[in-house]
Design a protein around this ligand. Structure first.
Ligand code: FE2
Length: 421
């Protein structure tokens, strides 16, 4: 397999020393006994969540808050601005976030932060806003940091100047509870996608107020929820998962199965919206501590190669990846048990579990194949080789319970395209 990959010019993720160290540490049962950690932000949630948050910030003696946001959610950012001013905190707002986080934006924001000196950074928005805030925070605290070479095994030195709070306006990425930010480095052409990952990057506070997501349109509500579902399912099945991430992942899966169909019928219901916010946040906390695998190795490339929304791309992969892992690993049996799914023997349980997911997809109207996403067969065929190569190179690979060969990955990708599950 290695020879074949080298011939294809593929970098085997386990050849990257840092990834090998992290993965080995994550996965060895002995290490899990000795070294383990679980990080997540302090969470304020519900209709009084924002008020509780700003009250706590005043109690902590925070004086200057820098709000990172974009023009699309300006109105929501001004609610936060007013609440912070109400407890005597000075506020500056920068609404210049751009989609995909081109690096010049956080650089410019960090510059503005350095001139003004905030002791609190508040992100109000979706994934790109939260990622921009995380990267701006790094550059504000450690201006000399080389973003593409941050070593998660070494201290970074955040929180000497400011704390970070995230107030998400979508319910899916879970970025409010993760230690990752994705940026685009435009100093190279075409711009290169870079993941910045560090344990210090977990936000200090997450605020889940249903008023901030209640206006999300129906399609975005579905897409982002499918992203959250993939985080929870994949994390549970990954070899890097742990008892805490398992507990959160199972709860998130159950909440999404229960509340997503209801919220899609009643988009303005704050109770239902809040439950989906909590599900997405705990799914984020689960995968950033317990790992994520092949759903995202595929989805990153369905997004990059075919321009599909990340959530929808993640959504289509889930049943296929469950089946793919099940060919070599048994953890799907305990997922089925958690969900109350029964059957006589391994194969029957797997079939029942897959049918349970397929019925859910039907119920919420989620696409189930790459073809359903509108990708034409000739386009798929033309880019299939590239897709297989990139999926094998994805950094999520080593956390998955199955390390596929080139042919196995191609087979999986074709199954997702043609709907063989
Ligand atoms: Fe995701």
């Amino acid at each position: 397999m290695r020879v074949q990959m080298e011939k294809e010019g593929i970098v085997w993720p386990m050849d990257v020393p840092l990834l090998r160290t992290i993965t080995t540490t994550f996965n060895a049962p002995e290490s899990k006994l000795l070294i383990n950690s679980f990080f997540m932000p302090k969470v304020f949630y519900g209709l009084a969540g924002l008020q509780l948050f700003v009250g706590s910030m005043a109690q902590l003696g925070r004086k200057k808050a820098f709000i990172v946001t974009d023009k699309g959610v300006k109105g929501l950012a001004s609610i936060v601005e007013k609440a912070l001013r109400g407890v005597g905190i000075e506020v500056k707002v920068n609404e210049g976030v751009e989609p995909e986080v081109p690096l010049h934006v956080p650089r410019q924001m960090a510059e503005e932060m350095s001139q003004w000196g905030p002791d609190l950074i508040v992100a109000v928005g979706g994934g790109s806003v939260m990622d921009t805030a995380k990267v701006s925070w790094i550059l504000y605290e450690v201006p000399e940091a080389d973003l593409v070479a941050i070593d998660p095994m070494k201290p970074l030195g955040l929180r000497k100047k400011a704390l970070l709070a995230c107030i998400p306006t979508t319910s899916g990425t879970g970025s409010e509870a993760t230690n990752v930010a994705v940026v685009h480095d435009e100093s190279v052409s075409p711009a290169r996608k870079e993941g910045v990952l560090h344990p210090e990057l977990y936000p200090d506070f997450a605020v889940l107020d249903p008023r901030f997501v209640v206006r999300m349109p129906k399609d975005l509500t579905l897409w982002t929820a499918m992203d959250a579902l993939s985080h929870a399912v994949d994390c549970y099945l990954c070899r890097s998962s742990n008892p805490i991430s398992d507990a959160l992942a199972v709860k998130a899966i159950k909440m999404i199965f229960t509340y997503l169909p209801l919220v899609l019928e009643r988009l303005d219901n704050l109770q239902l919206r809040l439950r989906m916010q909590v599900a997405a946040m705990i799914a984020g906390a689960a995968f950033s501590n317990g790992g994520i695998g092949t759903t995202h190795a595929l989805a990153h490339n369905i997004g990059a190669i075919f321009g599909v929304h990340h959530g929808m791309a993640c959504g289509v992969t889930i049943p296929y990846v469950i089946k793919f892992y099940a060919e070599v690993d048994d953890k799907f049996l305990s997922l089925a048990e958690e969900l109350g799914i029964k059957g006589e023997g391994r194969e029957e349980v797997l079939r029942a579990l897959l049918d349970y997911f397929l019925a859910f997809y039907k119920k919420v109207g989620a696409p189930l194949t790459m073809r359903d996403l509108g990708i034409k067969e000739e386009d798929f065929k033309a880019k299939e080789d590239l897709f297989v190569k990139y999926a094998l190179m994805d950094p999520t690979g080593p956390m998955a319970p199955r390390q596929p060969s080139y042919e196995e990955m191609r087979q999986l990708i074709e199954d997702v395209y043609y709907g063989r599950v």
